[in-house]
Write a protein that binds this ligand. Structure first.
Ligand SMILES: Cc1ncc(COP(=O)(O)O)c(C=O)c1O
Length: 343
Protein backbone atom coordinates (compact mmCIF):
# COMPACT_ATOMS: atom_id res chain seq x y z
CA UNK A 1 0.00 0.00 0.00
CA UNK A 2 1.13 3.54 -0.77
CA UNK A 3 -0.69 5.50 1.90
CA UNK A 4 -1.12 9.12 0.83
CA UNK A 5 -4.17 9.85 3.00
CA UNK A 6 -2.30 11.95 5.56
CA UNK A 7 1.06 12.47 7.25
CA UNK A 8 -0.71 11.33 10.43
CA UNK A 9 -0.21 7.72 9.27
CA UNK A 10 3.58 7.93 9.71
CA UNK A 11 5.12 5.25 11.89
CA UNK A 12 8.03 6.05 14.21
CA UNK A 13 11.43 5.09 12.79
CA UNK A 14 13.43 2.42 14.73
CA UNK A 15 15.78 5.07 16.20
CA UNK A 16 12.76 6.91 17.62
CA UNK A 17 11.46 3.68 19.16
CA UNK A 18 14.88 3.28 20.71
CA UNK A 19 14.64 6.75 22.30
CA UNK A 20 11.22 5.83 23.69
CA UNK A 21 12.63 2.62 25.15
CA UNK A 22 15.57 4.37 26.80
CA UNK A 23 13.65 7.46 28.05
CA UNK A 24 14.31 8.59 31.61
CA UNK A 25 10.93 8.88 33.30
CA UNK A 26 9.24 10.55 36.28
CA UNK A 27 5.84 11.89 37.30
CA UNK A 28 5.13 14.84 35.03
CA UNK A 29 2.29 16.17 37.19
CA UNK A 30 4.98 16.81 39.83
CA UNK A 31 7.18 18.29 37.07
CA UNK A 32 9.55 15.37 37.62
CA UNK A 33 9.73 13.73 34.21
CA UNK A 34 13.18 14.80 32.95
CA UNK A 35 12.40 13.84 29.36
CA UNK A 36 9.18 15.89 29.29
CA UNK A 37 11.07 18.82 30.80
CA UNK A 38 13.77 18.49 28.15
CA UNK A 39 11.19 18.38 25.33
CA UNK A 40 9.37 21.43 26.67
CA UNK A 41 12.64 23.38 26.99
CA UNK A 42 13.60 22.39 23.46
CA UNK A 43 10.17 23.38 22.05
CA UNK A 44 10.33 26.74 23.84
CA UNK A 45 13.82 27.33 22.49
CA UNK A 46 12.91 26.35 18.91
CA UNK A 47 9.83 28.61 18.85
CA UNK A 48 11.55 31.43 20.75
CA UNK A 49 8.96 31.39 23.52
CA UNK A 50 9.39 31.38 27.30
CA UNK A 51 7.73 28.06 28.02
CA UNK A 52 6.01 25.04 26.48
CA UNK A 53 3.53 22.34 27.40
CA UNK A 54 3.26 18.81 26.02
CA UNK A 55 -0.29 17.82 25.07
CA UNK A 56 -1.67 14.64 23.58
CA UNK A 57 -2.84 16.08 20.26
CA UNK A 58 -3.11 19.10 18.03
CA UNK A 59 -6.78 19.27 18.89
CA UNK A 60 -5.97 19.44 22.60
CA UNK A 61 -3.43 22.23 22.06
CA UNK A 62 -6.02 24.15 20.06
CA UNK A 63 -8.74 23.84 22.68
CA UNK A 64 -6.23 24.89 25.35
CA UNK A 65 -5.41 27.98 23.29
CA UNK A 66 -9.10 28.95 23.17
CA UNK A 67 -9.61 28.21 26.88
CA UNK A 68 -6.51 30.03 28.05
CA UNK A 69 -6.66 33.12 25.85
CA UNK A 70 -10.41 33.73 26.03
CA UNK A 71 -13.26 34.22 28.45
CA UNK A 72 -16.63 32.57 27.86
CA UNK A 73 -18.58 34.75 25.44
CA UNK A 74 -15.52 36.05 23.58
CA UNK A 75 -15.47 36.00 19.81
CA UNK A 76 -12.43 34.61 17.97
CA UNK A 77 -11.49 35.68 14.46
CA UNK A 78 -10.91 32.45 12.53
CA UNK A 79 -10.55 31.42 8.91
CA UNK A 80 -13.24 29.55 7.05
CA UNK A 81 -11.70 26.14 6.54
CA UNK A 82 -9.36 26.28 9.55
CA UNK A 83 -9.01 22.92 11.28
CA UNK A 84 -10.43 24.26 14.55
CA UNK A 85 -13.56 25.42 12.74
CA UNK A 86 -14.33 22.27 10.79
CA UNK A 87 -12.72 19.26 12.40
CA UNK A 88 -12.88 19.75 16.16
CA UNK A 89 -16.55 18.95 16.79
CA UNK A 90 -17.44 22.45 17.96
CA UNK A 91 -15.15 22.11 21.00
CA UNK A 92 -14.23 25.82 21.00
CA UNK A 93 -17.92 26.64 21.61
CA UNK A 94 -18.77 23.57 23.67
CA UNK A 95 -15.76 23.69 26.00
CA UNK A 96 -14.18 27.15 25.79
CA UNK A 97 -17.49 29.00 25.32
CA UNK A 98 -16.26 31.12 22.41
CA UNK A 99 -18.01 32.01 19.18
CA UNK A 100 -16.40 32.43 15.78
CA UNK A 101 -16.15 35.37 13.41
CA UNK A 102 -15.09 33.56 10.24
CA UNK A 103 -13.17 35.28 7.47
CA UNK A 104 -12.21 33.82 4.10
CA UNK A 105 -8.62 32.54 3.99
CA UNK A 106 -6.89 33.92 0.89
CA UNK A 107 -4.31 32.26 -1.38
CA UNK A 108 -1.56 33.30 1.05
CA UNK A 109 -3.13 31.44 3.99
CA UNK A 110 -3.92 34.91 5.36
CA UNK A 111 -6.85 37.28 5.84
CA UNK A 112 -7.76 40.39 3.91
CA UNK A 113 -6.13 42.80 6.36
CA UNK A 114 -8.72 45.56 5.92
CA UNK A 115 -11.49 43.06 6.59
CA UNK A 116 -9.62 41.81 9.65
CA UNK A 117 -9.51 45.35 11.05
CA UNK A 118 -13.20 45.80 10.36
CA UNK A 119 -14.40 42.68 12.19
CA UNK A 120 -12.55 43.35 15.44
CA UNK A 121 -15.06 44.36 18.06
CA UNK A 122 -14.38 46.34 21.18
CA UNK A 123 -16.36 45.51 24.27
CA UNK A 124 -19.62 47.38 24.60
CA UNK A 125 -22.93 46.50 26.20
CA UNK A 126 -24.09 44.28 23.34
CA UNK A 127 -21.37 42.92 21.09
CA UNK A 128 -19.19 39.94 22.01
CA UNK A 129 -15.64 41.26 22.47
CA UNK A 130 -12.95 39.88 20.17
CA UNK A 131 -10.63 37.79 22.34
CA UNK A 132 -8.16 36.25 19.92
CA UNK A 133 -6.97 36.17 16.32
CA UNK A 134 -6.44 32.64 15.02
CA UNK A 135 -3.99 31.68 12.27
CA UNK A 136 -3.12 28.32 10.71
CA UNK A 137 0.29 27.80 9.08
CA UNK A 138 0.61 25.73 6.95
CA UNK A 139 -3.08 26.03 6.02
CA UNK A 140 -4.09 22.39 5.60
CA UNK A 141 -7.51 23.15 4.11
CA UNK A 142 -6.07 24.52 0.91
CA UNK A 143 -3.28 22.06 0.38
CA UNK A 144 -0.63 23.02 2.92
CA UNK A 145 -0.04 26.57 1.72
CA UNK A 146 2.31 28.78 3.72
CA UNK A 147 1.68 32.29 4.99
CA UNK A 148 4.35 34.77 3.80
CA UNK A 149 6.15 36.41 6.72
CA UNK A 150 5.02 39.85 5.51
CA UNK A 151 1.36 38.79 5.87
CA UNK A 152 1.92 37.46 9.34
CA UNK A 153 3.63 40.73 10.26
CA UNK A 154 0.52 42.63 9.11
CA UNK A 155 -1.78 40.43 11.21
CA UNK A 156 0.52 40.97 14.17
CA UNK A 157 0.40 44.76 13.66
CA UNK A 158 -3.41 44.76 13.63
CA UNK A 159 -3.48 42.61 16.76
CA UNK A 160 -1.03 44.89 18.59
CA UNK A 161 -3.04 47.95 17.65
CA UNK A 162 -6.10 46.38 19.29
CA UNK A 163 -4.16 44.71 22.16
CA UNK A 164 -5.26 41.27 21.00
CA UNK A 165 -3.27 38.04 21.13
CA UNK A 166 -2.49 36.01 17.99
CA UNK A 167 -2.34 32.21 18.09
CA UNK A 168 -0.92 29.98 15.38
CA UNK A 169 -2.17 26.44 14.80
CA UNK A 170 1.17 25.26 13.48
CA UNK A 171 0.34 21.58 13.23
CA UNK A 172 2.79 21.62 10.30
CA UNK A 173 4.90 24.58 11.45
CA UNK A 174 8.20 22.90 10.55
CA UNK A 175 6.95 22.37 6.98
CA UNK A 176 6.21 26.10 6.80
CA UNK A 177 9.71 26.96 8.05
CA UNK A 178 11.33 24.64 5.50
CA UNK A 179 9.30 26.20 2.67
CA UNK A 180 10.14 29.75 3.76
CA UNK A 181 13.78 28.87 4.44
CA UNK A 182 13.62 30.46 7.90
CA UNK A 183 14.02 29.28 11.48
CA UNK A 184 10.79 28.23 13.22
CA UNK A 185 11.34 31.07 15.73
CA UNK A 186 11.34 33.63 12.90
CA UNK A 187 7.75 32.63 12.12
CA UNK A 188 6.76 32.53 15.79
CA UNK A 189 8.07 36.04 16.52
CA UNK A 190 4.79 37.36 15.06
CA UNK A 191 2.46 35.33 17.29
CA UNK A 192 1.94 35.28 21.04
CA UNK A 193 1.35 31.56 21.25
CA UNK A 194 1.79 28.63 18.89
CA UNK A 195 1.24 24.88 18.83
CA UNK A 196 2.94 22.33 16.61
CA UNK A 197 2.39 18.61 16.19
CA UNK A 198 5.04 16.01 16.92
CA UNK A 199 3.05 13.46 14.98
CA UNK A 200 2.17 14.23 11.33
CA UNK A 201 5.31 14.85 9.25
CA UNK A 202 7.62 14.65 12.26
CA UNK A 203 6.51 11.02 12.68
CA UNK A 204 6.13 10.73 16.46
CA UNK A 205 3.30 8.38 17.43
CA UNK A 206 1.43 11.18 19.22
CA UNK A 207 1.82 14.57 20.86
CA UNK A 208 1.73 18.29 20.27
CA UNK A 209 3.46 21.16 22.05
CA UNK A 210 1.82 24.46 23.00
CA UNK A 211 4.34 27.31 23.40
CA UNK A 212 4.05 30.85 24.75
CA UNK A 213 4.71 33.17 27.68
CA UNK A 214 5.38 31.42 31.03
CA UNK A 215 2.19 32.69 32.70
CA UNK A 216 0.07 31.56 29.73
CA UNK A 217 1.64 28.10 29.80
CA UNK A 218 1.09 27.83 33.58
CA UNK A 219 -2.61 28.55 33.05
CA UNK A 220 -2.76 26.18 30.05
CA UNK A 221 -1.30 23.46 32.30
CA UNK A 222 -4.21 23.94 34.72
CA UNK A 223 -6.66 23.83 31.81
CA UNK A 224 -5.02 20.67 30.49
CA UNK A 225 -5.70 19.13 33.89
CA UNK A 226 -9.36 20.14 33.62
CA UNK A 227 -9.57 18.20 30.36
CA UNK A 228 -7.99 15.13 31.93
CA UNK A 229 -4.96 15.73 29.77
CA UNK A 230 -2.32 15.60 32.52
CA UNK A 231 0.02 12.62 32.09
CA UNK A 232 2.35 10.84 34.47
CA UNK A 233 5.41 9.16 32.88
CA UNK A 234 4.85 11.10 29.66
CA UNK A 235 8.58 10.91 28.91
CA UNK A 236 7.82 8.02 26.57
CA UNK A 237 5.96 10.52 24.38
CA UNK A 238 8.47 13.32 24.94
CA UNK A 239 11.42 11.10 23.96
CA UNK A 240 9.82 10.52 20.57
CA UNK A 241 9.11 14.27 20.38
CA UNK A 242 12.73 15.23 20.97
CA UNK A 243 13.84 12.87 18.19
CA UNK A 244 11.07 14.28 15.98
CA UNK A 245 12.26 17.89 16.43
CA UNK A 246 15.99 17.19 16.30
CA UNK A 247 16.08 14.64 13.48
CA UNK A 248 12.80 14.25 11.60
CA UNK A 249 12.42 17.97 10.93
CA UNK A 250 15.63 17.77 8.88
CA UNK A 251 14.09 15.51 6.23
CA UNK A 252 10.84 17.42 5.47
CA UNK A 253 12.27 18.90 2.27
CA UNK A 254 12.21 15.36 0.84
CA UNK A 255 8.41 15.22 1.41
CA UNK A 256 8.00 18.61 -0.26
CA UNK A 257 10.03 17.45 -3.26
CA UNK A 258 7.95 14.27 -3.51
CA UNK A 259 4.74 16.31 -3.34
CA UNK A 260 5.95 18.51 -6.19
CA UNK A 261 6.90 15.50 -8.34
CA UNK A 262 3.51 13.97 -7.58
CA UNK A 263 1.64 17.17 -8.41
CA UNK A 264 3.53 17.68 -11.67
CA UNK A 265 2.84 14.06 -12.67
CA UNK A 266 -0.87 14.36 -11.86
CA UNK A 267 -1.18 17.68 -13.69
CA UNK A 268 -0.25 15.84 -16.91
CA UNK A 269 -3.12 13.36 -16.60
CA UNK A 270 -6.18 14.21 -18.72
CA UNK A 271 -9.25 14.73 -16.55
CA UNK A 272 -7.30 16.02 -13.52
CA UNK A 273 -6.44 19.58 -12.59
CA UNK A 274 -3.80 20.62 -10.06
CA UNK A 275 -3.00 24.17 -8.97
CA UNK A 276 0.77 23.81 -8.88
CA UNK A 277 1.22 27.20 -7.20
CA UNK A 278 -0.60 25.81 -4.16
CA UNK A 279 1.76 22.84 -3.85
CA UNK A 280 4.23 24.37 -1.45
CA UNK A 281 4.76 21.73 1.19
CA UNK A 282 3.64 18.09 1.51
CA UNK A 283 -0.03 18.27 0.49
CA UNK A 284 -1.44 17.95 -3.02
CA UNK A 285 -5.09 18.70 -3.77
CA UNK A 286 -6.34 17.40 -7.11
CA UNK A 287 -9.55 18.38 -8.82
CA UNK A 288 -11.52 15.96 -10.96
CA UNK A 289 -12.02 17.96 -14.11
CA UNK A 290 -13.94 15.24 -15.96
CA UNK A 291 -17.23 13.67 -14.96
CA UNK A 292 -16.66 10.11 -16.15
CA UNK A 293 -15.59 9.21 -12.59
CA UNK A 294 -16.97 10.43 -9.29
CA UNK A 295 -14.75 11.39 -6.38
CA UNK A 296 -15.84 8.26 -4.49
CA UNK A 297 -15.18 5.99 -7.47
CA UNK A 298 -11.71 7.40 -7.94
CA UNK A 299 -10.85 6.89 -4.26
CA UNK A 300 -12.20 3.33 -4.31
CA UNK A 301 -10.50 2.28 -7.53
CA UNK A 302 -7.18 3.69 -6.37
CA UNK A 303 -7.54 1.78 -3.11
CA UNK A 304 -7.89 -1.44 -5.10
CA UNK A 305 -4.61 -0.62 -6.84
CA UNK A 306 -2.87 -0.06 -3.53
CA UNK A 307 -2.91 3.76 -3.45
CA UNK A 308 -4.80 5.32 -0.56
CA UNK A 309 -6.05 8.90 -0.87
CA UNK A 310 -8.88 10.80 0.81
CA UNK A 311 -11.89 12.54 -0.70
CA UNK A 312 -11.50 16.26 -0.05
CA UNK A 313 -13.97 19.08 -0.67
CA UNK A 314 -16.44 18.59 -3.54
CA UNK A 315 -14.84 16.95 -6.59
CA UNK A 316 -11.36 16.99 -5.08
CA UNK A 317 -9.04 14.41 -3.58
CA UNK A 318 -6.10 15.01 -1.26
CA UNK A 319 -2.71 13.30 -1.27
CA UNK A 320 -0.06 13.84 1.41
CA UNK A 321 3.61 12.86 1.25
CA UNK A 322 5.50 11.85 4.37
CA UNK A 323 8.19 9.69 5.95
CA UNK A 324 7.71 6.17 4.57
CA UNK A 325 6.70 7.35 1.10
CA UNK A 326 9.70 7.13 -1.24
CA UNK A 327 10.41 8.64 -4.64
CA UNK A 328 9.60 5.34 -6.38
CA UNK A 329 6.23 5.23 -4.58
CA UNK A 330 5.40 8.57 -6.17
CA UNK A 331 6.10 7.16 -9.64
CA UNK A 332 3.89 4.14 -8.89
CA UNK A 333 1.10 6.33 -7.53
CA UNK A 334 1.12 8.60 -10.61
CA UNK A 335 1.00 5.51 -12.84
CA UNK A 336 -1.90 3.99 -10.85
CA UNK A 337 -3.88 7.24 -11.01
CA UNK A 338 -3.21 7.58 -14.73
CA UNK A 339 -4.42 3.99 -15.29
CA UNK A 340 -7.59 4.56 -13.26
CA UNK A 341 -8.37 7.74 -15.19
CA UNK A 342 -8.18 5.75 -18.45
CA UNK A 343 -10.57 3.02 -17.28
C1 LIG B 1 -3.98 22.19 10.88
C2 LIG B 1 -4.31 21.14 11.88
N1 LIG B 1 -4.52 21.51 13.15
C3 LIG B 1 -4.81 20.62 14.12
C4 LIG B 1 -4.91 19.27 13.82
C5 LIG B 1 -5.29 18.32 14.91
O1 LIG B 1 -4.25 17.47 15.25
P1 LIG B 1 -4.56 16.08 16.02
O2 LIG B 1 -5.01 15.13 14.95
O3 LIG B 1 -3.24 15.72 16.61
O4 LIG B 1 -5.60 16.33 17.03
C6 LIG B 1 -4.70 18.84 12.51
C7 LIG B 1 -4.82 17.41 12.18
O5 LIG B 1 -4.73 16.96 11.08
C8 LIG B 1 -4.40 19.80 11.51
O6 LIG B 1 -4.23 19.45 10.23
Amino acid sequence: MIDLRSDTVTLPPPEMMDCIYRAELGDDLYGEDPTVNRLQELAAQVTGKEAALLTTSGTMSNILAFMTHCRHGDEVVVGEGHHAVIYELGAPAAIAGVSFRSLPVNGMASYDIELLEQVIRTADLFEPPTGLIWTENTFAGDGGIVMPQSELAKISDVAKKHSLPVFMDGARLFNAAVYLGVEVSEICQYVDTVAFCLSKGLSAPLGSVLCGPADFIAEARRNRQKLGGGQRQAGIIAAAGIYAIEKMSLRLEEDHQNARTLAEGLAEIPGLAVDLSAVQTNIVVVELASDHLTQAELVERLGKRGVLVVPWTKGRIRLVTHYGVEEQDIEKAVQAISDVMKE
